[in-house]
Design a binder for this molecule. Structure first.
Ligand code: NAP
Ligand code: 8YV
Length: 323
């Protein structure tokens, strides 16, 4: 802790608001990427905390013997090896709640874009085709009469469900544990839900238990009128199986905000007309990203000033040890 102020490391890119606020409380140091080979001996021993907007693997955590806290920019912390952090006694924090409503708005927008083809309709207008060729084609799909199954009904899933109620669609969900006091139908299996609904919205975290669970079998169960929306993580979907299902009409359409290998999007998906694609913009308004940035900084400040983080993840419910 040089000069008595905790040293916070930022590996790679980070929200400018985080970078602007941290120096009021901490000494800030940087490396170009979360790569242990970039860590000098002085850096290794002096870093007390890490602020990250990307990936932190076990080897990078191990490069810092005195690190106490890793503050993740985002509610999804699949990029940080929180299991390893827990073994090392390192706290990991994320940014829940402050982005919930924004991401739910995005999910609804993406659902409407996918079902009613609004992005293609706007292109039709912008390309002068309305005047030249006449009205844009009627959308083969509608939201009317649909049954929407939420894969995940946590903070964001519930906010999406509340919005869907206003659209007059039937609502079901699949989670491992049913939520009490809700009128939505719970399915204990993803397959069971896929068979019962015609629309799935994916809003589960990217974990080993969700990895590639949307596969050919689930898409087949969803059926030819099926619509798949993903605002969770790209790893939850077998993208090759999805592209194949969309090509062959196994399902009707998909809307994706997240991808397995961002920022790269499979050519097979880009080539399809029945997919609506967004570049991971679920939380991407200035106001919501500011709130996320503030929670990253506030977690670090709370840890070093009060001994407890504001929003630690479930794996690391630790309090700060004082010497
Ligand atoms: P959350 O409150 O922790 O909710 C997670 C939900 O997923 C819970 O209902 C949980 O229920 C369910 N779930 C977890 N593992 C499951 C499994 N194996 N099978 C079935 N259900 C499972 O999280 P949140 O705040 O809503 O955020 C959800 C995720 O959205 C984040 O982790 C992140 O990956 C993603 N996200 C994306 C964007 C974007 O920009 N597109 C923005 C923010 C967040 P059970 O535990 O009962 O199964
Ligand atoms: C951010 C997200 O885009 O919070 C999450 O889990 O996916 C998004 O809000 C991302 O974390 C920023 O890197």
């Amino acid at each position: 802790m040089p000069n008595g102020r905790p040293r916070i490391l930022v590996p790679g890119k980070m929200s400018q608001r985080v970078l602007d606020r941290l120096p009021a409380h901490f000494e800030l140091v940087f490396v170009a990427a979360a790569d242990p080979t970039l860590v000098t001996v002085d850096l290794a021993s002096s870093v007390s905390g890490i602020a990250v907007q990307g990936k932190i693997a076990a080897g990078f955590i191990d490069a810092f013997p005195n690190v106490e806290i890793i503050a993740n920019f985002g509610v999804g912390y699949d990029g940080v090896d929180a299991g390893h952090a827990a073994k090392r006694g390192v706290t990991v924090t994320n940014t829940p709640d402050v982005l919930t409503e924004e991401v739910a708005d995005t999910a609804i927008g993406l659902l409407l874009n996918t079902v009613r083809r609004f992005p293609a309709a706007e292109q039709w207008l912008r390309q002068g085709r309305w005047a030249k060729d006449g009205a844009f084609a009627l959308s083969p799909l509608t939201l009317r009469g649909r049954t929407v199954g939420l894969y995940g009904l946590g903070r964001i899933g519930l906010a999406i469900a509340k919005r869907l109620e206003a659209f007059g669609v039937s609502i079901a969900y699949h989670t491992r544990t049913p939520r009490e006091g809700l009128a939505y139908t719970h399915y204990p299996t993803l397959k069971g839900m896929a068979e019962a609904v015609d629309t799935i919205i994916v809003i589960v975290p990217g974990t080993e238990s969700t990895r590639k669970t949307i596969d050919a079998e689930i898409l087949d169960a969803l059926g030819p009128q099926g619509v798949l929306i993903n605002v969770g993580r790209g790893t939850t979907i077998n993208e090759a199986a999805l592209a194949d299902a969309l090509q062959r009409g196994v399902i009707a359409a998909a809307g994706l905000d997240v991808f397995e290998n961002e920022p790269h999007v499979p050519e097979a998906l880009l080539a399809l007309p029945n997919v609506s694609l967004l570049p991971h913009v679920g939380s991407a308004s200035q106001a919501t990203r500011n709130a996320m940035a503030d929670l990253v900084v506030d977690n670090l400040v709370a840890w070093f000033e009060t001994g407890a983080a504001l929003t630690p993840v479930a794996e690391t419910p630790f309090k700060r040890k004082t010497a």
